[in-house]
Design a protein around this ligand. Sequence first.
Ligand SMILES: [Zn+2]
Length: 190
Amino acid sequence: MAQLFFKYGAMNSGKSIEILKVANNYEEQNKSVLIFTSGIDTRDEVGYVSSRIGLRRKAIPIFEETDILQYVKEQEPTPHCVLIDEVQFLSKEHVLQLAEIVDTFGIPVMGFGLKNDFQNELFEGSRYMLIYADKIEEMKTICWFCARKATMNLRVDDNGKPVYTGDQIQIGGNDSYYPVCRKCHSNPPL
Ligand SMILES: [Zn+2]
C-alpha cells in the first residue's frame, strides 16, 4: 500500500541529502522518481534540491497555482515515487493533491520540510502534512550551540542578532537560520 510520508526536521537535519539518496535508490533499480520543490524564492536557486554537502539536482518547482496531481497524472511512464522538498511552503490544497496521488494512483509520496517557523508556528504545508500523512518521522540534528536535539530554527539578522518578529518567509532576505534546542531558541549565546 502506498503511503504519504512526512519527514520533518530543523535546518541542517539532512532532508535534502535524504531526498537525493532516496531518488538514487529508486533509479538504481530503474524505477523513475519525480522530484518537486517549492517555487518560493528563498536564497537557493529556484528549481533545485541542494544539500549542504554540495550535491544538488534539478526539481520541478511548485507554485501556488501548480496542480501537482495533474502533473503526476500526465507522466508517462507513471513514476514509482514522488519526492517533495520544502514541503512546509505548500498550501493545504497541494497537500490534499499529494494525498490523492497516494490514494487514487497508489504512488508513494514523501514530503520533507521544516515543521515550525522561526516564531514556532506551524507552516501551512507542515500543518496539513501532520494531519494527512500516514507516516511521520523526525529527522534529528543537534543544536548549533549545545548538545541537545535541535527542534527549532533561530533566525538571525545581518549582524548575527536573533530575530523573533517578521514575516514567516523572507523573500531574498539576508537572514540566516540556526538549528537550535528550545532553551537556546529563547536564550541563544549570541
Ligand atoms: Zn541548545
